[in-house]
Design a protein around this ligand. Structure first.
Ligand code: NAD
Length: 506
């Protein structure tokens, strides 16, 4: 692929990048090892949010296409994938990942164009996605059954068996990374997959499917592009799908769970968050400010585990706010293709409208905007869905800006006066995905880690963990764990086999 250095104007860079990225590339569905159009022939457009221009058109799948993909996945499961050993699967996935590494620049460019994330971040996330595929095939080789102590008269053991066809539905904010989290686990555990990417970011996932040609057996990994109700819903109701895993919003997660109930299909839900970060008075204030600025402004705030509420002790409030303003200033929006840009645009128009609406609402609710609060003044950036890094001070935890997932670059600062109040505020939301704590007192940190209702607690850091650290929600943030060895349990049955050791007349 040509050089991915961009030095022109925003418009020139994106025209060049779209031409370069889409050269000879068709984004259809990927079913049974081939690119196929939707049966209806319909297509939809996916947009570059930095310039609000269409990148390309994409196959618009619906029920009959989903059925075709599930049939291909079932056939591949029965024909070969279910009987491959974890070692066989590891060899195949490693070969696929080596191919993806050879196409790293191309994949990162597609991801950046489709989502608006800085190219450098897209590249790191693509590398992380590859690492997750590799992690899962490693741990799958040690995903063992057990010999059970049921007495001298019997030999009882467990077998670990894949479910079969996994239907995996993804959001748009981290398309490739979450593919690594979900598809990586499902395939490593021996399932075949039908994956429904978000209609807002279908490019990179479709491309990695194309790059599996000749490596993954046909039908093992299928990608069906399209809208939620047309392509996602038929996957959730399909009687031949054995496992569903969904990452996305709470309302759609609830629909998925209800649909899964009809066929008693097991489901994993990774949903939204409104994660708190508690700054205790003894914290390193400058470090806490930098960590929490990264925790909200990375990916323009469109991160499920963004720390979108800072709970700061009243005695260090002024010092913290000053440090946070400085740290936030490093996230000035800019062209995602240009080296050094820390924050790109919001990913699509509805996101931009939603963030603007919440900023107005916060002001009406009585919180004070002390930075940002609007699109940037820079004329060039008016071509895209950019938004300034925004800080609300004087936020009360009962306000909607403190309770709802805004999913944008908007930080809410709330004060507390003692430990009990900090924990009460931290837990007083519907969500429970992630959280952070800044303190030099490790006993206090561990006490808080026990008291906070969230799937992740990061102490003096944020977005910690990585492959091996389980990730998932409490409360409305969902259930099930990704990224860790127990994720394989989400994609496998445990079967108990008992054999009598008594003498028998048979
Ligand atoms: P969304 O719920 O709108 O869509 C997610 C996916 O569901 C898309 O592929 C969409 O097409 C599909 N869909 C929509 N309607 C459907 C239906 N009726 N049946 C089946 N599928 C349907 O979410 P989004 O806007 O794409 O993503 C943002 C949300 O995802 C945020 O709430 C964010 O917090 C959450 N998220 C969670 C995690 C996590 O690990 N917990 C990670 C990333 C994002």
């Amino acid at each position: 692929m040509a050089d991915t250095t961009f030095t022109g104007t925003l418009e020139q860079n994106h025209a060049q990048a779209i031409e370069q990225a889409m050269d000879g590339l068709a984004i259809d569905a990927w079913i049974d090892g081939q690119s196929v159009s939707a049966r209806s022939g319909e297509r939809f457009e996916t947009f570059d949010p930095a310039v609000k221009e269409p990148i390309t058109s994409v196959a618009r799948c619906e029920e009959s296409d989903i059925d075709r993909a599930v049939t291909a996945a079932r056939a591949a499961f029965e024909r070969e994938w279910r009987t491959t050993t974890p070692q066989d699967r590891a060899a195949i996935i490693h070969e696929w990942m080596a191919t993806l590494r050879d196409h790293l620049d191309e994949l990162a460019l597609l991801e950046s164009l489709d989502t608006g994330k800085p190219l450098a971040n897209a590249r790191e996330e693509t590398e992380d996605a590859i690492s997750f595929f590799e992690y899962y095939v490693s741990v799958a080789q040690a995903h063992e059954g057990a010999n059970l102590p049921t007495g001298d008269h019997a030999h009882t053991y467990t077998r670990i068996e894949p479910y079969g066809v996994a239907g995996l539905i993804l959001p748009w904010n981290f398309p490739l990374l979450l593919t690594g989290w979900k598809v990586g686990a499902a395939l490593a555990a021996g399932n075949t997959v039908v994956c429904k990417p978000s209609e807002e970011a279908p490019l990179s996932i479709t491309r990695i499917a194309q790059l599996s040609a000749g490596i993954l057996p046909d039908g093992v990994f299928n990608v069906v592009n399209g809208y939620g109700e047309e392509a996602g819903a038929p996957l959730t109701t399909h009687a031949d799908v054995d496992k569903l895993s969904f990452t996305g919003s709470v309302p759609v997660g609830q629909l998925v769970m209800k649909a899964a109930a009809d066929n008693v299909t097991p489901v994993t839900l990774e949903l939204g968050g409104k994660s708190p970060f508690i700054v205790f008075p003894d914290a390193d204030i400058e470090a806490a400010a930098e960590t929490t600025a990264m925790g909200i402004y990375y990916n323009t705030g469109q991160t499920c585990d963004a720390c979108s509420r800072i709970l700061v002790h009243e005695s260090v409030h002024d010092e913290f706010v000053a440090a946070f303003e400085d740290a936030a200033a490093a996230y000035q929006p800019g062209d995602p293709l240009v080296e050094g840009t820390e924050m790109g645009p919001l990913s699509f128009q509805a996101q931009h409208e939603k963030v603007s609406k919440y900023v107005s609402l916060g002001t009406e609710e009585g919180a004070r905007v002390i930075a940002g609060g609007e699109p940037p003044l820079d004329n060039e950036l008016a071509d895209g869905w950019f938004f300034e890094p925004t800080i609300f001070d004087g936020v009360d935890n009962t306000m909607r800006i403190a309770q709802d997932e805004i999913f944008g670059p908007v930080q809410c600062i709330i004060t507390f006066s003692d430990y009990e109040e900090a924990i009460e505020l931290a837990n007083d939301v519907d969500y429970g995905l992630a959280s952070g704590v800044a303190t030099g007192d490790m006993s206090l940190a561990h006490r808080a880690a026990a008291d906070i209702q969230a799937g992740s607690v990061w102490i003096n850091e944020y977005f910690g963990g990585g492959a091996g650290a389980p990730f998932g929600g409490y409360k409305y943030s969902g259930f099930g764990r990704e990224c860790a060895k127990e994720t394989l349990d989400e994609y496998t049955h445990t079967k108990a086999v008992g054999l009598s050791l008594d003498e028998t007349d048979l």
